[in-house]
Design a protein around this ligand. Sequence first.
Ligand SMILES: [Zn+2]
Length: 500
Amino acid sequence: MNMTPNNIIGITEYGAAQKVPGSNILLRIGNKYYLIDIGSHYNNRLDKEPLPFDARTIDCLTESHGHGDHMGLSLKLLKSGFKGRTFATYCTADLTLLQNNQAVKSVFVYNKMVKGKKIPGTNQWIPFKKIEYNDADVKGFMNTFESYDKSHLGFPYNVPIKLSEDAEIMFLEAGHIPGSAQILLTINKDGRKIKILNAVDLGRTDYNITDHPIADIPIVRSPDTKLPKDIDYVVIEATYGDRTHKPLADSLGTLEEAIKDAYKQKGKLIIPAFSIMRTQMLEYFFFKFNELGRLPKDFMVYLSSPSAVDVNKMILEHPEDMDTNARKDFKNKLKNPFNFEKLIIHNKWTETDEIARSASALSSAIIASSGMCDYGRIVSVLENTISDPKNIILLTGYVSPGTRGYLLQNKEKKIPFPDGLVDLKADVRKMGGMSGHADCKEMLAHLKHIKDPAKREQFKGIFIKHGEKEACYALKRELIKAGYDVASIHVMERGKEYAL
Ligand SMILES: [Zn+2]
């Protein structure tokens, strides 16, 4: 086949191929280059290496949502010479600003906090982090954003957006976090018209089918399933390609039991949580428990996470992203899930430390970030609470090997902190089922809305990414079982260009 650079349409994944972090797709349409996501690899060496493509040649970047593994290298892209335009939904544009501001600030805070400390049990000093980006870079990147109208950076859902003579995109609800979008790309090139759907990260669809009184609270709307039938290619995630989630009702049961037990034992309930969405869902759960009279009268909930508070504010500014039930709950400015009488927000970490250290007989919950327990305010909260057997540590999601959260999950006898090892005597529990990603079953159902093999409908290509190798291949097997043509399914390989 004669493929000159002018007629080729190719797709390459440069990060999240057979692994989860680092989403970074390069689309080549003739001699134009488009990026979908520019995600961080989460401290992997790839974050330090030069970008695998020439940033100066990129015509535009489209962001699927505001999580770091999808936009975390945006400042690096800018510093590598990106002169193109950036497209995202309104809320994703806001989250990008927030995340990049935090990234710049956190390096300063980190350097201030670890000054003069040694890695426990060793003679090595904890290294200072290099200051790579500043406020001007954050501003510089925000200047690349395009907008639908002058009122706000970004775009609404469901409107066609022209990228060039050859390409158009549309954002569709992905139901993963506020602002998250499936990206529908239409290419019209040299008489060929193709449609590609990027459905990474895709949210949950089954929140609403549990029978727990408060399970019907996704905050964000479910993924848009009113998709056009003429989609040729799909890019999907395999984060949970080999799993089916536990119902959300199970998680709520675990949370309610932990509240009751902590209260009975006069202990504290410590919940490490990510600041985007995990914390907000927890706030929502506590709000609903309180509304239904299922929270003990003198039980308080302390939120200690400045970044989560910023995300709270941002979510309130984007009711367009909310589920109908959530919109009702958040409408009341005086009594909404982020502002109710039992929720106390700590602006200073010393206030939280005081609560964590206090020997008060009153039980309470403390929510702090980060979920992996390696940085943020949760570190000192844990340091002050894990040696008391009355306390309960409730992990709310995946903790990766090598993190303090992982050591807690494994119930190691001694947990390292910057000031030394601390005995773990508190009860460590895990709350599953809160994932914001579609599982294998949900992903298959989503694809079936577009092309149903039972009706002899097939995609020209299905690209699987954003999942560990085993999960990617497990999802491939499920797709074949469901009747999708084996030749059309590709488990993406990093750096390999697939011709469309
Ligand atoms: Zn995500």
